[in-house]
Ligand binder design. Sequence first.
Ligand code: NCD
Ligand code: ZN
Ligand code: ZN
Length: 361
Amino acid sequence: MIRELQLPGMFDPHVHLRGLDWSHKATFASETAAALAGGYWAVLDMPNTPPPTIDDPALDTKLAAITAEAVCDWGVYFGASQADNTAEYAAVTGRVCGLKIYNNATTGTLLIDDQTQRARHYAAWPPDRVIAVHAEGSTVLDILALVRQSGRRTHFCHISTAEEIGYLRAAKQEGLPVTVGVTPHHLFLTAEDVRSLGALGRMKPELKTAADQAVLWQAIDSGVVDVVESDHAPHTLAEKASENPPSGVPGLETTLPLLCTAVHEGRLTVDRLVELVALRPQAIFGKPPPPGTYTLVDLETSYLIARENLHTLCGWSPFEGQRVFGKVREVWIRGQRVFDGERVLVSPGFGHNLFAGMGTG
Ligand code: NCD
Ligand code: ZN
Ligand code: ZN
């Protein structure tokens, strides 16, 4: 067993940092600090936080706020909106990491359930840039039809069932340009856990059966899964305790330890771990880490996940009380030590937009 692992530029392509009108849930400063504490070099922020990132002014507002606050490197998605916003695409593509389309109901106001509308967004987005989709169950097939038609590179977020894995395995065999993300909560929790977790175990897609979970792990082994993405989606404890609790759980600080624990238990190889949290997401978005960018993780020491050790502003985790291996010792970005295992060592604004100046393509 190796004691210390050096990971080359951990990259999470699916986080909700909040900020803006949802700064009571979390802020760009707090959640990029949580990203560093979780070992990450870079994170890609989703567009569903109000005001949603669906036009040029909203994008400018978000870019200004993250630029001022971020302590890790970052990118932001542009959101497809129901009121057709494809006319905005030419002006925004040079500043964003990709387009996000919400095809099933979830947090926010960006649901597009009309296939003709989805097709319009697919056709308008530049062919060389990524589209990330929230698609569950048979909606995966609807999106695959658009991929087949348009050839657009599509990342399927938070895939959670055996059925969906089946569709995507076939799509890869067919040669479609698709990639697959799964979350740590679907890998390490099941619907059974909702009994004890209550609203803290509620997210979209919902937790599934042990049989679905087993297929996700097989799909990691066989290479159908490309990425483990946290889908870090903080909500306050008060909101979670309310009558109508919102969906979503934080994950930035628990993803690496949970996966290191799987390595410790012999359920995952170190090589696969490095691909899932660093190499594959870097390749999908065409962003290798700059020189001097890596994370040192202690694989031997175990500890309990506890809310008092978390940096996320929401201050809780669905994994509290679990014993894990994989303690982040140091994070380095561009030759600078940015996290020492406990504290963030750089000021707000240190982080770069990895997708500034991508051209207007
Ligand atoms: C996300 C959120 O809260 O923004 N919630 C969730 O349950 N995953 C939205 C999403 O990723 O669908
Ligand atoms: Zn989603
Ligand atoms: Zn999400």
